[in-house]
Design a binder for this molecule. Structure first.
Ligand code: HEM
Length: 592
């Protein structure tokens, strides 16, 4: 038997210190390399090549960008490539695999009926906590701070608060916008102009009116209008309908400007594999820290204004905006607990800022996608206007705008359908994110506890045929609700990729045409306990704006080079361009 000669070993160590050191370093590096490599979850399909490299699937993101496609296409692409409604991907060294699910019916079942098995997800909270750390959007539901943070906004989305406070405020701001466009329509004289920035002012105004009660003189729409009025611009010409009218640029100010800078910083967090590190450096950037300071300063002025109103008129229920409600509640709570009201608390600030941040870009996105289609789909525009003229027949015969009360009392099924169809084909978010709180049985595979789950919102089963799934592997609750499965449109007269609002309509028992959200796959606002908190407000505002814009303007066809279907991804998805060529339908609307 060979024996180890310690003398030889010692001599070797003395003579070859470099070789040994090198071998040890190499060994260590190899162990680190092995630990950094992706660790695929058993039984869930994945890209084998990606599993063999440190960067995992990241090269696929780079390839998408290089080929001019959106990197947000990635997740639906994985499902398509693997031909599986459940897949996984690897986001880089030392990260856990993320599961992707791409089946509408099972996603809805998981988010709504199996929600107890889920939480918000570390990748979800990682998006937000650096920007609004005290808002519930950046907290898992299991966070002890979550119930209190959420309770600050209780009641703000109730039908009565929306009808009595938020929507009347938004209505007035939309009329201001109609005035701006009446002026622009007159100047451009049927020449096209871009609507994207204008829509920022409009959605900024309506959200800030609902959240903060901004006054007209604080509105970017009104400031823009006043500046244009004094600009003495030459009138465009209808024969130049293929030339964009060069309106002078007007940039967002105040809270909207700060919101955009902070929203941009969240965009970067979406692809950061180490969110804490990302936020540490991002919040040090001068532009971001300036925007954070600015939003705090501006919000405090609205909080102080609300406090003064309460001091003058007492704790009242006649609020003008969300800030009045939040401030009144804090004052009442402080009184009860014999303490001073904490009116500068980060909780109150983030609660208000979350309202603006969550509401502005998203509403802007859907609105711009919808209006972009109006020029191309003259048939949809005509049908929609016909519905509005039938519903608001008194306003039509009296040649005035529908009032807010008329609007709130009306159901416009075709309008609902146009909004839903826009959101189905142009989702503002690329995916919904959750985390498995325990080992989760999903379509016959196991998603381990602690895994982040990305639910796609387009691709298979949304705007293209679903990937086939055996009924038996679906969850029990999914099987029990089989009758809720939406119609398969693949072989219908209107395939899933087409824009066809009628697919959301059906006849009710009395033969009336009604909008039915269950007709098709749609999760644009998410679902379950963490679905969009502002969904009701968003639907109302989109309906309100579309009604007043179609009432007041014809969206004329555009020259071919101003029509595109491109999408760019910021904080949320936006159309790359949105031009309008307007013809006024009624004389300039009076403000009151
Ligand atoms: C068309 C407009 C909007 C769209 C498409 C939209 C979309 C979404 C989506 C997809 C989510 C994630 C839901 C999930 O994970 O299940 C979400 C969450 C959220 N949205 Fe919206 N949203 C819109 C408008 C608004 C408005 C107007 C507000 C506030 C006034 C708002 C506030 C929020 C908040 C606070 C959350 C986080 C909910 C939570 O974490 O529990 N959103 N939204």
């Amino acid at each position: 038997m060979a024996t180890l000669d310690l003398n030889n070993v010692t001599t070797f160590i003395q003579l070859r210190p470099l070789a040994i050191g090198g071998a040890l370093v190499m060994g260590l590096l190899y162990v680190i390399y092995l630990r950094a490599l992706p660790k695929p979850l058993p039984g869930i399909p994945y890209d084998v090549e990606s599993s063999r490299r440190l960067l995992g699937d990241l090269p696929h993101f780079f390839a998408l960008e290089k080929s001019g496609r959106r990197i947000m296409e990635f997740w639906a692409d994985v499902a398509r490539r693997q031909r599986s409604p459940i897949t996984q991907y690897f986001a880089g060294p030392f990260t856990k695999p993320v599961v992707i699910i791409s089946d509408f019916r099972e996603t809805k079942d998981l988010l709504m009926r199996r929600a107890k098995l889920l939480d918000h997800g570390s990748l979800n909270t990682g998006l937000w906590f650096g920007a609004i750390p005290h808002h519930f959007v950046g907290m898992p539901s299991s966070d002890p701070r979550y119930p209190k943070a959420k309770s600050l906004s209780n009641d703000l989305m109730t039908p009565s608060f929306l009808h009595n406070v938020s929507l009347p405020a938004s209505y007035q701001k939309t009329l201001n916008f109609v005035n701006l466009w009446q002026l622009k329509a007159r100047i451009a004289n049927e020449q096209p102009f871009t609507a994207l920035e204008d829509f920022n002012f409009l959605t900024g105004d309506i959200i800030c009116a609902a959240a903060l009660g901004i006054l007209d003189e604080e509105s970017d729409t009104v400031k823009h209008y006043n500046r244009l009025k004094t600009n003495n611009l030459s009138t465009g010409h209808p024969t130049k309908s293929n030339q964009v009218y060069p309106f002078p640029e007007y940039k967002a100010t105040g809270i909207l400007e700060a919101t955009h800078t902070i929203a941009d910083s969240i965009t970067g967090a979406r692809t950061a594999s180490m969110p804490k590190l990302y936020w540490f450096f991002t919040n040090l950037r001068p532009s971001v820290s300036k925007a954070q300071k600015e939003r705090t300063r501006i919000l405090q002025t609205y909080i102080d204004r609300a406090r003064d109103t309460v001091a003058k008129s007492g704790l009242s229920t006649s609020y003008r905006a969300a800030v009045d409600y939040i401030v009144s509640r804090e004052i009442a709570a402080a009184k009860k607990e014999s303490r001073l009201p904490a009116l500068s608390s980060p909780e109150i600030h983030d609660s208000l800022f979350g309202y603006v941040l969550g509401g502005q870009s998203t509403t802007h996105s859907v609105l711009s996608f919808m209006i972009r289609r109006m020029a191309v789909r003259q048939d949809v525009q005509t049908k929609l206007r016909k519905e509005l003229y039938t519903l608001y027949s008194s306003a039509a015969s009296e040649k005035r705008n529908p009032t807010i009360h008329e609007f709130l009392a009306m159901h416009a099924p075709y309008l609902d359908a146009v909004i839903e169809e826009t959101m189905r084909l142009n989702s503002t978010a690329p995916v919904l994110i959750r985390e498995a709180m325990e080992d989760l049985d999903f379509l016959g595979r196991t998603i381990p506890k602690g895994t982040n789950i990305f639910c796609t919102l387009w691709g298979p089963s949304y705007d293209e045929p679903a990937i086939e799934v055996d009924e038996e592997v679906r969850s029990k609750s999914s099987q029990a609700h089989k009758e809720e499965t939406p119609v398969d449109w693949t072989h219908s007269g209107f395939p899933p990729a087409d824009f066809h609002p009628e697919r959301w309509l059906r006849k009710d028992g009395k033969g009336n045409t009604v909008f039915d959200i269950k007709n098709g796959p749609t999760l644009g606002f998410g679902a379950g306990p963490r679905e969009c908190w502002g969904k009701r407000l968003a639907y109302h505002e989109l309906k309100l704006i579309t009604t007043l814009l179609l009432w007041n303007f014809d969206f004329l066809p555009l020259p071919a080079d101003l029509v595109d279907t491109d999408v760019v991804d910021f904080f949320v998805a936006k159309p790359k361009s949105c031009f309008v060529r307007l013809r006024s339908r009624v004389p300039e609307v009076q403000k009151k």
